[in-house]
Ligand binder design. Sequence first.
Ligand SMILES: [Zn+2]
Length: 291
Amino acid sequence: MNLHEIKGQSETGFIVATVPLTSEPWQDLPPGRLVVFHEGQQIFPVVQPDTDKEETLHALYLIRTSSQRESVFYIMNMIGLELEQANIILQPLLNKGYIRQDRRDRGSPFEHFSTYYTVPAKRNEIDQLLKEDAAKVVISAEQIDFSVAEEEDKLLACVSCQTFYKEGITFCRKCLERVNELDTRIADIIFSLNAKGYKTEHSCAGRGDYIGKPYIAFSFNIDVSGPTCPQNYAWEHSKKVLRMMSYHKVMGITKKKMEQTITKETLEKFAINNLETLRSWADSLPVIDGN
Ligand SMILES: [Zn+2]
């Protein structure tokens, strides 16, 4: 719902309806339930501040690790949420007394350029909270066996610092970047590329059928067309994607003929061999400045 026109940036409120008015996630209000709203806040039943929520934790990490006060605009941009949700994200931290708005600000609490820093007296408590959180969500690399990865195996990782995370985690506790879901089979290639400065957006290790083909989408054009392109791959300039070519195209047969005569095992072997090519290619690339 677009509420920009009827409410200000810092105003909060609730919409109560008998049926969901949009496809957004509406909360159920069962018959007989009493809820009291006052001046745009729910006052009964009392809502417990939820500092455990992933997005709110992300905000706390950002503010705590910054050497300066951070703006609402920056925080929300880093988390990847709309500015309208700033109150939902930051209110629990204000309630807990963890953060404080800078006195020099002229804007109301949740406006773009309002800024926050962590309350000095609360910093030890915050550090303890963040330490416990990190210990809960990080998976050590020794717990993952890359060599026996199955086709469907996935893992959640930060490609910048190669830290692995449990399900449901959205940001890296070390460098605060967004975490990616990776196919375990291709993960080591993705790490090697990122370590050398070839930043990747997303990737797929492919599937052993006619549809899924391994690809890597990069954050910027690295231009590997011509002799530098790994064998059996094509560089899609407009999409910044390096994608494995179809078996039938490489072999010079029609798609129909491939579907009729080539077994799933052959296609899977073809994909695995090409992943090996990709691995050697990534190893041979020079280190660049990723920025
Ligand atoms: Zn990281």
